[in-house]
Ligand binder design. Structure first.
Ligand code: SF4
Length: 211
């Protein structure tokens, strides 16, 4: 019986820009044949297709050189970020890393794209993502329901303003829980926000915020 293939999404994790070093590139190409291809997605991820029996070994090798692996399909994507041009601490890189841990790879009704940006200039375009976070002064604004594609593209609505990291983590976790439980199969997040109601999500989050 022919072995099935699995597609993996990989990138260099959250850092100063979406970069890969030579060691990481070598690890990615090590098991590729001459005509195999890598897909560069618009979402700061590379897609590679590998035989199912090699997935565990490859993940381990990739992680050893600092590559992050994520599932492909109806999951939360890894966090798209800006380049943190003003410095890791000032622009909240530790918060972005923690957010990515909370969000990336969680199963959801339809692929969900989160984005983070370290200041209001917004290079990571958080307002047109399903879930967008923007560091504003000492807090974090959280937007939901943005949509970059289609003739009905729109910006997300502000659901938390100048939140603390803990409030932000709790809110995004709760939002994913609600969407996972209440979203219809293959219902995009922006549509879900409209159907379920922004107000209902807002009140659910307000009710679960740390005191
Ligand atoms: S959003 Fe702000 S911190 Fe991030 S890359 Fe753009 S200007 Fe720099």
């Amino acid at each position: 019986m022919e072995e099935s293939d699995v597609t993996l999404a990989i990138n260099g994790g959250i850092g100063f820009g979406s970069k890969l070093n030579a060691k990481q590139l070598a690890a990615i190409t090590k098991y590729m044949n001459e005509n195999d291809e890598i897909e560069l997605t618009i979402f700061q991820q590379l897609y590679i297709t590998v035989p199912e029996s090699k997935v565990a070994m490859l993940k381990e090798e990739f992680e050893q050189v600092g590559l992050a692996c994520y599932p492909v399909g109806n999951y939360v994507k890894s966090l798209r970020t800006c380049n943190f041009c003003k410095g890791a601490e000032e622009e909240g890189m530790p918060v972005a890393i923690e957010l990515n841990k909370i969000l990336a790879g969680r199963p959801v009704p339809f692929t969900l794209r989160p984005a983070y940006t370290g200041c209001p200039i917004g290079c990571g375009e958080p307002l047109i993502h399903d879930i967008g976070v923007m560091k504003v002064r000492s807090g974090y604004n959280l937007y939901i329901g943005g949509k970059a594609k289609g003739t009905d593209a729109r910006v997300g609505a502000l659901i938390l303003e100048e939140a603390t990291p803990e409030e932000l983590y709790g809110a995004v976790d709760q939002i994913i829980e609600i969407y996972s439980a209440q979203g219809k199969r293959r219902e995009p997040f922006a549509k879900f926000v409209d159907r379920y109601g922004f107000e209902n999500i807002y009140h659910a989050i307000a009710g679960s915020s740390p005191q």
